[in-house]
Design a protein around this ligand. Structure first.
Ligand SMILES: [Mg+2]
Length: 286
């Protein structure tokens, strides 16, 4: 398939598992890819976190002469897909072009934050004043540089289980209103219509309208890559196969029929940054 655009989860997909920032070889690969097709990151992070630990690193690595072409073809779907941004070269900053609201008819957001905050305090905390739409919880190991990443994943699983229990208690059909996603380094609750699958559709719509690129109904011409497609993972909807052509560089969820693993020339599975890097290189050779 000739891909016309690509969308990547960030943590554990662009970065190595447990790393906050992308590597040099990944930055160069992304820069080369953006010369060919539009690319988007679709992450649980909010804009500022992506800028601080993602974009800044990328721009420090890529050559100054490539900066403009890179930013022109770079898009960001932050907060798990709830807000879409394009880069405004004149103003030198990301500008939102898509935003989904919180479903207040399900539960007031501040009220839910308070309930979650009390319930998870043994394992983590609600991350305050950072995200605009989604609720994010991070583990109490978040600020420890020398933490063991497996311990972080375990805490994140605990927070996720508690979150789902609470949401079910509010409404057993809560998934009609909000989705809970476990990224391994934290848990988020986002509007159901603002999850990562909706972001793929929104990206296709934007590119059809603004760049005159043609996509089929399910936008299969968009390559979609993530690392957490397990049930409850924050890429579950992203890689569900509703839109785009999904590849996993993490867990292989067999329930998702269209989801494929990334394999090297010898049929060996490639995970996280290695898998994403391999796919980008293959696209660049096409
Ligand atoms: Mg991830």
């Amino acid at each position: 398939m000739q891909f016309k655009a690509a969308m990547f989860d960030f943590d554990g997909t662009i970065t190595e598992r447990g790393a906050y920032s992308p590597s040099k070889k990944m930055a160069f690969a992304l820069c080369d890819l953006a010369k060919k097709i539009p690319i988007a990151f679709c992450t649980g992070r909010q804009l500022e976190s992506f800028e601080k630990r993602g974009l800044t690193t990328l721009l420090q690595i890529i050559k100054p002469k490539d900066r403009e072409s890179f930013l022109k073809n770079l898009f960001l779907f932050a907060e798990n897909g709830a807000i879409g941004y394009a880069f405004d070269l004149k103003k030198n900053k990301f500008k939102p072009f898509h935003k989904v609201g919180w479903p207040n008819h399900f539960i007031n957001k501040e009220k839910l934050k308070k309930i979650l905050s009390d319930a998870i305090k043994e394992y983590g905390e609600v991350y305050e004043n950072a995200h605009r739409i989604v609720i994010v919880m991070r583990t109490n190991l978040h600020d420890y540089e020398d933490r063991n990443i497996d311990d972080v994943y375990k805490l994140s699983d605990k927070i996720f289980a508690i979150t789902v229990k609470i949401l079910k208690k509010i409404n057993k059909n809560y998934e009609k209103f909000v989705h809970a996603g476990n990224s391994g380094i934290g848990v988020l609750v986002c509007p159901a219509n603002g999850d990562k699958d909706a972001a793929i559709n929104c990206f296709a719509k934007f590119l059809r309208e603004k760049r005159k690129i043609e996509f089929g109904k399910n936008a299969r011409e968009i390559l979609v890559m993530g690392d957490s497609p397990q049930t409850g993972g924050n890429d579950y909807y992203f890689l569900s196969g509703k839109y785009g052509t999904p590849f996993t560089v993490g867990y292989l969820n067999k329930k998702l029929k269209l989801l494929k693993p990334v394999l090297d020339e010898n049929g060996k599975r490639l995970l996280n940054e290695n898998g994403t890097f391999f796919m980008i290189k293959s696209l660049l050779e096409d």
